[in-house]
Write a protein that binds this ligand. Sequence first.
Ligand code: FAD
Ligand code: UDP
Length: 366
Amino acid sequence: MHFNYLIVGTGLFGATFANLIKTHGKSCLMIEKRNHLGGNVYTEEVKGINVHRYGAHIFHTSDETVWNYVNQFAEFNDYINSPIANYKGEKYHLPFNMNTFEEMWGVKTPEEARAIIEEQRAKEGITEPKNLEEQALSLVGRDIYEKLIKGYTEKQWGRDCKDLPSFIIRRLPLRFEYNNNYFNDKYQGIPVGGYTKIIEKMLEGIEVRLNTDYKTFLETNKDITYDKVLYTGPIDEYFDYKLGQLEFRSLRFENEVLPEVDDYQGNAVMNYTEREVPYTRIIEHKHFEFNKCKGTVITREYPAAWKPGDEPYYPINDERNNKLYEEYKALAAKEENVIFGGRLGLYSYFDMDKVIAAAMEAAERS
Ligand code: FAD
Ligand code: UDP
């Protein structure tokens, strides 16, 4: 058996690449170590509700090409992500906007909100933020930092905010308008029927072997040949960790089916921002699809320390890991017939649209 490509991983990167090279007339075989398709965007139906098995996934993009591409495979609803923060029972709208400021300080105008933030900012005397704490204090002042950022962030990352890079918090919009949209992108939505259906459609007519790990596959399938490999697994694993291990932050998801409860929290995402609650958020999946069925399914998301063998979720892009990644990248550049792609292959946090755009580019070059 001969293929143009062996594709390792059926996440969005692998699936987009496979789908596109097929349209270019190239053949491929896909292998996937999990027992299902889709990588981290995998959704499974539980009691008529599409459950996001690896964390809530909201599709958002300003890239028209990517938006048109994914819309071939699913209809997207008009869901807008608007999480609520719960701090010791007090509720605040996210991202930080006029609703949050009014709930926090009772202010009614953007001018009043700016004045309070300015006053709190001046008290801190930070000119050039050197870490996440300083960045947050200089963006929104101490009240919001203490109630909505500090506890959540320290749980999420397992580190003090002073020891975290400031870019993490710059992802969140700050607005002096009444607008609870968590994202600034032109397009946003959830695929009706879940993400797994998108992946299945992308991979129609393509041979996929589930429960198949790359290294084991190499040992046991010497009769299968291919011109190139697209590898979307962890880059350090590819090289048998010979330079050391790249670190991640992990998550534990605790699902609960509540057949007697039709609406648990009135919103898809509720963030628990105080340190004392061990989970960061509760997801109520039916709200992503405006599903009015009986019963509900919720997921508590617990941040967790990562050790080899655990599911890797968030790369820890600190100095040590970035340097190590650069060393692996140099090795990868010498692998002539292997393309490294996706969040694990490139050791970066990418939103779904960025992953699709990168896979489209890679397929174009193939
Ligand atoms: P993956 O989905 O990880 O796919 C890689 C695949 O390769 C996996 O299926 C894996 O099992 C397989 N694999 C790995 N090693 C091997 C091996 N050795 N052999 C065989 N198979 C292997 N993005 C958004 O745009 N919006 C969101 O709301 C959003 N929410 C997120 C929430 C969480 C908690 C997380 C962690 C991420 C979120 N993302 C979100 C990012 C999104 O998950 C990624 O952009 C996307 O899933 C990356 O796709 P990928 O193909 O690169 O990686
Ligand atoms: N964050 C926070 N409070 C919140 C939500 C987010 O402090 O209620 C911070 C936290 O540091 C987090 C970062 O903002 O890591 C990015 O948030 P996002 O919602 O983008 O995180 P993700 O969905 O990727 O976990």
